[in-house]
Design a protein around this ligand. Structure first.
Ligand SMILES: Nc1ncnc2c1ncn2[C@@H]1O[C@H](COP(=O)(O)OP(=O)(O)OP(=O)(O)O)[C@@H](O)[C@H]1O
Length: 258
């Protein structure tokens, strides 16, 4: 970790017809860290996530990536600049194999379009990278399986590999363990541990035990504002965090309060 904020947010605000879902958020994500955004239901985590990835435009405030102002840029521009999010399962092509998804992702990230196929050298390089990414996310044995028959946890792993194919500076994961059974959750925790190497990761996560295992820093949001920021060990015993969770029917309260 270098200690430098790679992603820096100041006074970020987002209104929906007069309702302030994100309200003056300041956030610094250190290069090389895993940074979790948590908070009870309706705290503004998803809205903040969508602001950081360009899927929503802020109503106010600034976002800087590596010192460059990227406020209000659209998602494709954010992705080009190095902010990639793990896409939802619905964005996978049912009839394409895991390998084909990665070849397409690498090709689109190369900026060469179809010209990419003309260069044997490039083709080889991308084939090698495809195999590396498949291994990294544990899909080496499923390279030729089409997305429609990949198990749920493996679909999520494929989405992650697709995001990694863009070689992002910051990888954003939206509830990476949502809907998973215990075994897949453990596998995903391992996976995050592997992919974080040399990367910066921001994740929204409801499962506090996952947060405790993967995150270096935790920002707790409530009612659109930053309530507390610190390590998992710090925030889990913070009275304000405990009462924020106790004040709602949110999941995760047991883990926070324990
Ligand atoms: N498009 C929208 N239009 C109006 N209100 C919205 C919109 N998106 C979110 N909100 C409101 O903003 C607030 C924050 O929502 P958000 O989804 O960001 O919270 P969250 O912390 O991700 O919650 P959850 O844990 O339930 O997913 C909520 O009150 C929500 O109803």
């Amino acid at each position: 970790m270098t200690g430098q904020p790679l992603l820096s947010v100041r006074g970020l605000t987002r209104d929906f017809r007069g309702f302030r879902a994100v309200d003056g958020v300041d956030l610094d994500v250190t290069a090389g860290s895993v940074h979790a955004l948590v908070g009870p239901n309706g705290a503004g985590k998803t809205t903040l996530f969508n602001l950081l990835t360009g899927f929503l435009r802020p109503s106010g405030g600034r976002i800087a990536l590596d010192g460059r102002d990227v406020t209000g840029l659209p998602p494709e521009r954010m992705a080009q600049l190095g902010v990639a999010r793990s896409f939802q399962i619905t964005s996978l092509f049912p009839r394409l194999s895991a390998r084909e998804h990665l070849e397409l992702a690498l090709q689109s990230g190369s900026g060469l379009g179809w010209r990419f196929w003309r260069s044997a050298k490039l083709l080889r390089r991308y084939r090698n990278r495809t195999e590396e990414l498949l291994e990294l996310v544990g899909l080496g044995a499923h390279a030729d399986t089409t997305a429609d028959v990949l198990a749920y946890g493996r679909k999520r792993a494929l989405e992650l590999a697709i995001a990694l194919a863009l070689e992002p500076k910051v990888l954003l994961l939206d509830e990476p363990t949502a809907g998973m059974g215990l075994e897949d959750v453990d596998r995903t925790v391992d996976l995050i541990g592997r992919v974080r190497d040399g990367r910066t990761v921001v994740l929204v996560e409801h499962n506090m035990s996952v947060v405790g295992r993967v995150a270096d820093r935790v920002t707790v949001l409530r009612a659109g504002r930053v309530l507390v920021e610190g390590t998992y060990q710090e925030v889990r015993v913070d009275e304000r965090v405990i009462s924020a969770y106790l004040g709602t029917a949110a999941t995760g309260v047991d883990d926070v309060a324990r």
